[in-house]
Design a protein around this ligand. Structure first.
Ligand code: NDP
Length: 448
């Protein structure tokens, strides 16, 4: 059995109840095979794969808080500090009822390679809780965030571990968490990113993941001789990533005709009205039915009663921006049959392994999330730089740096794929480019 297969078996045995983590490791290992085979003896002796799949440490903690009726509620909090070979741990906090240790580990593992790809000095980590922010009052959100940070603050810091937003954690939650950190630790430091502009946040951080996704997609298309302008695009999700992906796609001349949330999806042949979508989702925190009610050209489809999704619409480009495993093999077949040219992941691992392979086998340009959605964490690292020098850069300055980073990520992934004879396989290219830098740093730092 090869070294890769040996460690994969070990990972499966040790983490049997964590399917998402196993899926992420399998995907990464499959594409790393040529690199590992070329260095098998050394990597095996150094136990590189065993080390890279074992978090440096992880925390699981009780998060008690009181709801508006005076009832005490208890959630579970997690922080996985996966790999600090190239910098302090960095990765978001996910607040969603589906959160468990396996999901946080899969996200933390992916984060190692993504952060490495940005070329910035940030290691990989992730955190979260099974708390559901939906339907909670601002006071309840604050009570939860303060309790969560009361425990988490023992393990993080501007030079050790710097969390950020993710599903369910936006500017409001980051603000409450930052306030609590400052109060307990007595430190005003860049311990969280995604902060508000009045207390150390970076301009363009809110837009960064969605914008970065489009900068990457544009570069990928360009380098394959295709223009983004004039293309029709399907987006899933209606959160932070989706909204700014839609906005940038439209600015670059494409027409986005779908978006979705967890209960339904919108088909708007006239093109999504971003201002209206932001009003419904960011201001009112309402369902997409409100978008449809306010816009004549929009059709609302209920997921549960119709059993359909936005991937049934004929488009040139698909951008999954909601959550993991939201685009499966049946969706991939429909998209390919409808002539899709490119799929770029805005969310983390939104495409199943089977669907990814189907796209690649059918000549669809496929951009893996760890490369194409790295703009968020890259801009978070730029926020850390600004905090350290106690300066704020202009929107244009941050946006220009983001564009350069995304274009470089594409070319690094492209080059790595070519180097190992897998031209056009950006999944392999991204994994290889991210992995090589981390391993180099791990080897240089000895057995740790
Ligand atoms: P948000 O919470 O802002 O939005 C998530 C969107 O996805 C919402 O529209 C939500 O619908 C929908 N959604 C969430 N869970 C499900 C589900 N189980 N089924 C269907 N729809 C679902 O999160 P973000 O936009 O920040 O994150 C989206 C994805 O992008 C995640 O995978 C995240 O890890 C990834 N990502 C985010 C980055 C960032 O900077 N924000 C950076 C890199 C990656 P509803 O409103 O109904 O809950």
């Amino acid at each position: 059995m090869s070294y890769v297969d040996e460690v994969l078996e070990l990972v499966k045995k040790k983490n049997a109840s964590e399917p998402e983590f196993i899926q992420a490791v399998t995907e990464v290992f499959e594409s790393l095979k040529p690199v590992i085979e070329a260095n098998e003896e050394k990597y095996k002796r150094e136990a590189i794969l065993e080390r890279i799949t074992e978090p440096e440490r992880q925390f699981k903690f009780r998060v008690p808080w009181v709801d508006d009726k005076g009832q005490v509620r208890v959630n579970t909090g997690y922080r996985v500090q996966f790999n600090s070979a190239i910098g302090p741990f960095k990765g978001g906090i996910r607040l969603h009822p589906s959160v468990n240790i396996g999901i946080i580990k899969f996200l933390g593992f992916e984060q190692i390679f993504k952060n490495s790809l940005t070329s910035l000095p940030i290691g990989g980590g992730k955190g979260g809780s099974d708390f559901d922010p939906k339907g909670k009052s601002d006071r309840e959100i604050m009570a939860f965030c303060q309790s969560f940070m009361t425990e988490l603050c023992k393990y993080i810091g501007a030079d050790t571990d710097v969390p950020a937003g993710d599903i369910g954690t936006g500017a409001r939650e980051i603000g409450f968490m930052f306030g609590q950190y400052k109060r307990i630790r007595g430190l005003y430091e860049g311990v969280l990113t995604g902060k508000g502009l009045s207390y150390g946040g970076s301009l363009a951080r809110t837009e960064a993941t969605g914008y970065g996704l489009l900068y990457f997609t544009n570069e990928m298309l360009k380098s394959n001789g295709i223009e983004l302008a004039g293309k029709t695009v399907a987006v899933s999700g209606a959160g932070n990533v989706a909204i700014y992906a839609i906005q940038k796609a439209q600015q670059l001349g494409a027409k986005v005709v779908t978006c979705s949330d967890s209960t339904g999806w919108i088909y708007d042949p006239e093109g999504i009205d971003v201002a209206l979508l932001r009003e419904v989702k960011e201001v009112k925190r309402a369902r997409l039915t409100e978008y449809a009610a306010a816009r004549k050209s929009a059709q609302y489809h209920d997921k549960a009663s119709e059993g359909t999704n936005q991937w049934t619409i004929k488009v040139d480009i698909a951008l999954p921006c909601a959550t993991q495993n939201e685009l499966n093999i049946d969706d991939a077949k429909t998209l390919v049959a409808n002539g899709v040219i490119a799929v770029a992941e805005g969310a983390n691992m939104p495409t199943t392994i089977e669907a990814t392979k189907y796209f690649q086998a059918n000549g669809v340009l496929f951009a893996p999330g760890k490369a194409s959605n790295a703009g968020g964490v890259a801009t978070s690292a730029l926020e850390m730089s600004q905090n350290s020098e106690r300066l704020s850069w202009s929107f244009e300055e941050v946006d220009a740096k983001l564009q350069t980073i995304m274009v470089n990520i594409f070319h690094n992934a492209d080059k790595a794929a070519k180097k190992y004879g897998m031209e056009g396989n950006y999944v392999a290219g991204a994994n290889i480019a991210g992995f090589e830098k981390v391993v180099d740093a791990m080897l240089a730092q000895g057995v740790c």
